[in-house]
Ligand binder design. Structure first.
Ligand SMILES: Cc1ncc(COP(=O)(O)O)c(C=O)c1O
Length: 364
């Protein structure tokens, strides 16, 4: 993509329109079409996308927002930044996403929104979550930072795209995401014209007219340079997503070949859904040994996430204790993300699979 990206960057430099230039509008239109939403607004990061969505809802101090504790810090951080209270609900141990069965019991008179996270590239259980949200008249903000282009099927066989199910979809263009920029960036999607109008204003200092501030907003715009680069990368998104999905399939076959299925748990992908494998996360009781052993062989892995948010010092004021969310706590001890980048070769994947087999051989 180098030549195309360089040409796109040159165009922005020539135009000198670094803030809200044409590539931003063009990317917003293309992204809205990708997600199937009426509106999309670029912003400075996925973290700001969440913050802006909550601001558009008019979240106030003391309001409660329900989310999962097994996620990146920004999901709950955006709630806390507005002096609202993150209320955690444990995850499903198989999908790592918010356990929809536990959602209703966390709703109180102060609940103002629900933020399910589509973790690792797999959509959350949106049908049940949406039904509960609807029954309680609560808006849903989808944290789709890791799941651009993911889909899920509901019980009516309806194919749903993430970011187009709740009131808002929040996406991240952090470089390691499936649609990654050359720096920070984010996007918010919505179908609601009132929310859309607020988002457009809130990300631009709360200003509808120059030097007139109707709302307390912030400076959170997507740079024209990032938008121009992302527009090039967007053309390749489906191809890259398919490569990730193919790599996931190859891992499954590889682990079956070496008979490792009994010792490691592989990611689930419900029938007909589209997991986009931002991460390929396995689970094993020997996680720490395996990670060290792979590192010694030059194979990088990552821990998403070594500690759930309710046990992080920044959220200690919420008063949660060890044991509050057993599935999130257990996952944090046993998950391991393997390399799954789109251009990974079969030989590289076989190397990883064989190394895991060797590392675990002495442990079984
Ligand atoms: C689940 C989740 N939510 C929010 C974010 C925040 O996105 P950003 O890094 O673009 O601020 C990320 C990514 O880092 C994420 O993985």
């Amino acid at each position: 993509m180098r030549a195309e990206i360089r040409a796109a960057v040159d165009n922005v430099l020539e135009s000198q329109q670094f803030i809200m230039g044409p590539p931003v509008r063009e990317l917003e239109a293309e992204f809205a079409a990708l997600v199937g939403c009426r509106f999309a607004f670029g912003c400075a990061s996925g973290s700001d996308a969440l913050l802006l969505a909550l601001m558009a809802l008019g979240l106030e101090s003391g309001d409660e927002v329900i989310t999962a504790p097994f996620t990146f810090v920004a999901t709950a951080g955006s709630i806390a930044r507005l002096k609202a209270k993150p209320v955690f609900v444990d995850i499903d141990p198989e999908t790592y996403n918010l356990d929809a069965k536990l959602l209703e019991s966390a709703i109180t008179r102060r609940t103002r929104a629900i933020i399910p996270v589509h973790l690792f590239g797999l959509a959350a259980e949106m049908e049940t979550i949406s039904q509960i949200a609807h029954a309680h008249r609560l808006p849903v903000i989808e944290d789709a930072a890791q799941s651009v282009s993911a889909r899920c099927i509901d019980s009516h066989h309806q194919d749903n795209r993430v970011g187009n199910i709740g009131e808002f979809g929040c996406f991240s263009f952090f470089p390691s995401k499936n649609l990654g920029g050359a720096g920070d960036g984010g996007m918010i999607t919505t179908n609601n014209p009132q929310y859309a109008e607020r988002l457009a204003v809130l990300r631009d200092h709360g200003s509808r007219k120059k030097y007139q501030y109707d709302l307390l907003g912030m400076n959170s715009r997507l740079d024209s340079l990032q938008a121009a680069i992302l527009r090039v990368k967007l053309k390749y998104l489906e191809e890259f997503t398919e490569s990730r999905r193919k790599n996931a399939e190859r891992y499954r076959k590889g682990f079956a070949r070496v008979g490792l299925e009994r010792y490691i748990t592989l990611p689930v992908e419900p029938e007909g859904w589209k997991h986009v494998y931002n991460q390929f996360v396995i689970r094993t009781l020997e996680r720490d040994h395996l990670r060290d052993c792979l590192r010694a062989r030059g194979i990088p892995t990552e821990l998403y996430y070594p500690s759930p948010l309710h046990l992080q010092p920044a959220f200690s004021y919420l008063g949660y204790r060890q044991g509050a969310f057993p599935c999130a706590e257990d996952a944090s001890q046993h998950v391991l993300a393997l390399p799954i980048f789109p251009r990974m070769t079969k030989e590289q994947q076989d190397l990883v699979v064989d190394a895991i087999a060797e590392c675990l051989a002495g442990q079984a």
